[in-house]
Write a protein that binds this ligand. Structure first.
Ligand code: HEM
Length: 144
């Protein structure tokens, strides 16, 4: 029953995560790179809003449900463990960046330049979490 209910939610979450990734890439390519910070900020707000819902309402409860099963065989479930750890890191880096810019308002150019490597790291780690999430989705719901 739970498996049947889970399929449409998992698909919905996958679609939402694809939208989130596209919004992040648009915010970077057409926002930050072209100094269109308004577009960049709108993209980030959309990402935060959707991601809070997908991770908070679906992924974290699912991760907690599976925790003992996952840790009972870490080698077989490596992609789940790496996905969760990398996912937490990506969200942590994202929150850190938002906080840095909230504290130092006005977006000084120096700060933008100094945080650039952190932004690249965040997007890289984010993409890794996404790829592992898609792999997990395929194993759990498609290749079963
Ligand atoms: C940048 C951060 C993250 C991204 C981009 C991401 C992306 C994804 C994607 C695309 C899926 C496949 C859709 C699905 O099966 O529902 C997924 C599944 C999952 N994610 Fe994440 N995720 C992130 C963070 C996290 C975190 C922090 C946790 C928990 C600690 C987590 C736990 C899970 C779980 C348990 C599933 C499987 C859900 C299921 O049973 O289908 N994710 N993730």
């Amino acid at each position: 029953m739970q498996a049947i209910l889970g399929i449409p939610i998992a698909y919905l979450v996958l679609v939402l995560e694809i939208i989130v990734l596209i919004a992040l890439l648009i915010g970077w390519r057409y926002g930050a790179s072209k100094k269109n910070f308004d577009l960049h900020h709108k993209a980030v707000y959309l990402v935060v809003l959707i991601h809070i819902l997908t991770v908070g309402l679906w992924m974290i409860p699912r991760a907690l449900e599976r925790l003992s099963f996952m840790l009972s065989n870490p080698i077989a479930n490596w992609y789940q463990i790496v996905h969760d750890v990398v996912g937490i890191l990506a969200i942590g880096l994202g929150i850190l960046l938002v906080l840095v810019f909230l504290v130092k308002s006005g977006m000084p150019l120096k700060l933008l330049k100094r945080t650039r490597p952190l932004m690249f790291l965040t997007i890289g780690v984010w993409i890794l979490a996404f790829v592992l999430g898609v792999y997990w989705f395929l194993i759990a719901w498609i290749w079963i």
